[in-house]
Design a protein around this ligand. Structure first.
Ligand SMILES: *Cc1c(COP(=O)(O)O)cnc(C)c1O
Length: 387
């Protein structure tokens, strides 16, 4: 039987996931226990990272990442406008200024040429870093962005909330997974239910840099350490020191247990997503009025979202909704949000993302989407577009 409504994304919780959470609930630790490190290690293995710091959500991960990178009041940082608010907000949390640079019309990622133009137009040292978002699951060719970052002495914070499991192949033939840190300084992921892997709420920051890792672990829990080597005094085993101003961004063992279990099927689920993409692309390939997503040869796209572009987006959105298909529009350009407009950002500044926004629509994309559901979605899209 066809199950309706169909949303653009949703989580999958298996019986094993439930069992893992039940076991965590019955264990000695609900938080600050052994499941946290176990989850961090499993995630490192999944994305080929050296260090991972798991936290309560990706917004917290972005915040401690920006702190570890040393963002200070008045620092200028480049960011893509095509993202969820947190990617830029983490710079604002630290008092930095956000400079939005337009997207590439094919990949929807921050445009490399426009980035170079922007940097060349100001004295070296104007921009401290860049926040790059692997939008929809498309991984950046980070080798190219690294060259630019190095030329200008900038750091790279990669927001890979859409892209766990994605990789590109670099000039040495390496599969460079989003999060492995070969070219970016810190990479952040989210475990919100709509993302690939869920812990209810949750996030993680990955890095190869030992110092960033230490700092982020400290900022995660009030800036407090109990590490005897780092303490100024040795009063006894009860003694701890608050050495920096940090937050409570901890994740629980209950959530970490769920994350460990979810990771076991993560790679398979990306394959299922890619199979769904093949079916959508095949169904729409002869329809000029539907623009399907681009994927370069040397890229393994993780397809958090399957985004098409059509002329009459509002019409299609409403028609699908009437038919119990909850497609989604992602995202309204962040530079045009009222909060960011107060800094002088205005309509017309970034024409490519504005044009994209007028036409984009994310169709249902999640591993448990059934063949019957996908055919129903394809049928309804065609019915409206080819009418
Ligand atoms: C979901 C998301 C976030 C925020 O993640 P939370 O875990 O909800 O804080 C940040 N950036 C991007 C690109 C996202 O998709």
């Amino acid at each position: 039987m066809l199950k309706l409504p169909i949303s653009y994304g949703r989580q999958f919780i298996s019986d094993e996931d439930v069992q893992a959470v039940v076991e965590a609930l019955k264990s000695d630790y609900l938080t600050c226990g052994p499941k946290i490190a176990e989850f961090e290690n499993a995630f490192c293995e999944y994305v080929n990272a050296k260090h991972a710091v798991a936290v309560c959500n990706a917004t917290g991960a972005l915040h401690i990442a920006a702190m570890a990178l040393g963002v200070k009041p008045g620092d200028n940082v480049i960011c893509t406008p095509l993202t969820f608010a947190s990617s830029a907000n983490c710079i604002r949390f630290c008092g930095g200024n956000v400079k939005f640079v337009d997207i590439n019309p094919k990949t929807y990622l921050l445009d490399l040429d426009k980035l170079k133009e922007t940097l060349a137009a100001s004295p070296k040292g104007t921009y401290k870093g860049m926040v790059l978002v692997d939008f929809a699951g498309y991984p950046h060719d980070m080798e190219e962005y690294r060259k630019v970052a190095d030329e200008y002495g900038m750091w790279i914070l990669e927001d890979a909330c859409h892209a766990p499991g994605a990789y590109f192949v670099d000039s040495t033939g390496d599969k460079v997974y989003a999060g492995c840190g070969k070219y970016s300084d810190i990479t952040v992921f989210s475990f919100h239910p709509v993302k690939h892997i869920t812990t209810g709420e949750g996030g993680i920051a990955c890095t190869q840099n030992d110092e960033y890792k230490e700092k982020m672990a400290l900022y995660r829990t009030h800036g407090i350490t109990r590490d005897a080597d780092k303490l100024e005094r040795q009063d006894g085993l009860w003694y701890y020191e608050m050495q920096e101003l940090g937050y409570n961004y901890r994740i629980t063992d209950i959530q970490a247990a769920l994350g460990i279990s979810q990771l076991k099927v993560a790679r398979k689920n990306v394959e299922i997503r890619r199979e769904l993409v093949r079916k959508y692309n095949e169904a729409f390939k002869d329809i000029d009025a539907i623009k399907t997503p681009y994927e370069a040869e040397d890229v393994y796209h993780a397809y958090h979202l399957y985004i098409i572009q059509v002329d009459d987006r509002l019409g299609l959105y409403n028609f699908l909704r009437e038919n119990k298909i909850f497609a989604q529009v992602l995202y309204y350009p962040l530079n045009l949000m009222p909060y960011y407009k107060q800094f002088g950002n205005k309509e017309g500044d970034l024409p490519v993302v504005e044009e994209y926004y007028k036409h984009c629509l994310a169709l249902p994309m999640f591993p448990t989407l059934t063949e019957e559901q996908q055919e129903y979605v394809i049928g309804k899209v065609k019915e409206y577009i080819c009418k």
